[in-house]
Design a protein around this ligand. Structure first.
Ligand SMILES: Nc1ncnc2c1ncn2[C@@H]1O[C@H](COP(=O)(O)OP(=O)(O)OP(=O)(O)O)[C@@H](O)[C@H]1O
Ligand SMILES: [Mg+2]
Length: 398
């Protein structure tokens, strides 16, 4: 190892850290106290309570944007329910399944095999007829009187991969000894529209909505975590409030707010500062904004990326662009990389899509008796533009 790096690592290890427990700012951490979700916790507990009398609770669909506490609340209520059941000798289990996880809910076979494994019944990963895996699941579930509550987190991923049939089979399973209920969690509010009506009615007997957090709620959540994560004095009220206000103004996502605080902490630490200052937070905000724009750009189709790239390059030459300007530049780019250009009509639609994504502005301007025209300009600026150009060059090898 080069001596300079060796010294850097040694220095890092010697320095007192501003973090005591950085994990408290990551999704891995299980908070002991869940703040500002009293209504949702109570409602979910009320819905599930009949299971303690061995009555089948209603199925529940939980909705809310990312980072609104759906998973953490559901896990908390399920854990409390299991504790109560245990103390009363009621055979109740809750099974948690994240449908987005690879190899868990891709096929009906995998889903039932995974559920079997959660109940201690091993099924080979492939090779059996799906029906056989399904029958094994029914058999193990119904082997004794028991109450099962199955949490299907990110259920929209399951529906996208497999449609509604598997949910139909699950929710209509005929059992003699056991009772089974479902909690579906989704951050896609349109999920219900894509469900088969029969599945929709049985799965959403009850619904709970998780709204985004506001700045004051996020401030409290951040404080609680900061107390665990940082050394005393490493973060103050101004930083927490600013972090909360920014996150609330973007989307009210607690996960992102915690991420932001962690990144600000890491930047402060890198500078050997013993507390987070506003400039660290501002830099962290910039980093998160860049990352989220790049995430959107990475998902663009090749043609959309070329249209955006054309807009960026042309914007360096003039302030106001028309669809025609962008289109002719885009055609030249297509030619230079051997791609068949789309029609101007189609590119005009792509410009609208880029506008919806917040990357450009495509405004229709009235020119009086000369008709109307569309003015195209960029909605993003600064370093991110260079990053998008680099990414485009990488994709097309130009
Ligand atoms: N009310 C709260 N109190 C304390 N921590 C919270 C609260 N709400 C969310 N968090 C924390 O924020 C992060 C995101 O929460 P969670 O995973 O429950 O969100 P989600 O609604 O399930 O998001 P997604 O739709 O992306 O799965 C977790 O680290 C969680 O511990
Ligand atoms: Mg979740």
């Amino acid at each position: 190892m080069q001596t300079s790096l060796h010294n850097l690592f040694e220095e890092f290890l010697k320095k007192p850290s501003i973090f005591i427990n950085k994990e408290a700012l990551t999704p891995k951490y299980n908070p002991r106290q869940i703040l500002h979700r009293e209504d949702q916790i109570k409602l979910l507990a009320q819905i599930l309570a009949p299971s303690l009398k061995f009555e089948k609770p209603s199925n529940v669909l939980i909705y809310g944007k990312p980072g609104t506490g759906k998973t953490v609340v559901t896990k908390y209520v399920c854990a409390q329910l299991e504790l109560s059941a245990k103390s009363k000798g009621i055979p109740l289990d809750t099974l948690y399944l994240n449908c987005k996880m690879k190899k868990v809910a891709d096929t009906e076979y995998r889903l039932f095999a995974y559920l079997c494994s959660l109940l201690g019944e091993q099924v080979p990963p492939t090779g059996l007829p799906t029906n056989e895996v399904y029958n094994r699941f029914v058999k193990v579930v119904d082997s004794k009187p028991r109450m099962l509550i199955i949490v299907l987190d990110e259920i929209d991923a399951l529906v996208r991969k497999q449609g509604s049939d598997v949910l139909y089979n699950l929710t209509r399973m005929e059992l003699e000894n056991a009772k089974m209920s479902f909690i579906g969690i989704s951050n896609d509010a349109t999920l219900k529209d894509s469900l088969d009506p029969r599945v929709r009615s049985s799965l959403s007997q009850e619904e709970i909505v998780f709204p985004p957090y506001d700045a004051l709620q996020l401030r409290d959540i951040l404080w609680k975590r900061a107390e665990i994560a940082f050394t005393k004095g490493a973060v103050d009220e101004v930083i927490i409030s600013k972090c909360a206000a920014y996150s609330a103004s973007v989307d009210g996502d607690a996960r992102k707010a915690l991420d932001l605080l962690r990144i600000a902490g890491e930047l402060a630490e890198r500078e050997n500062a013993n507390s987070i200052r506003e400039e660290h937070l501002n830099e962290a905000i910039k980093k998160m904004e860049t990352d989220s724009v790049l995430e959107i750009v990475r998902k663009l189709t090749k043609h959309s990326l070329l249209v955006l790239y054309s807009t960026i390059l042309l914007s360096k030459l003039r302030d106001v662009l028309t669809t025609g300007n962008v289109y002719s530049f885009y055609c030249k780019l297509c030619e230079s990389i051997g791609l068949n250009p789309l029609t101007q009509r189609r590119v005009s639609d792509l410009l609208d899509e880029l506008d919806v994504l917040g990357l450009i502005k495509a405004e229709v301007i009235s020119k009086g008796r000369y008709g109307r025209t569309r003015e195209i300009s960029l909605s993003i600026k600064g370093e991110i533009l260079d990053k998008i150009c680099e990414l485009t060059k990488e994709v097309f090898g130009i």
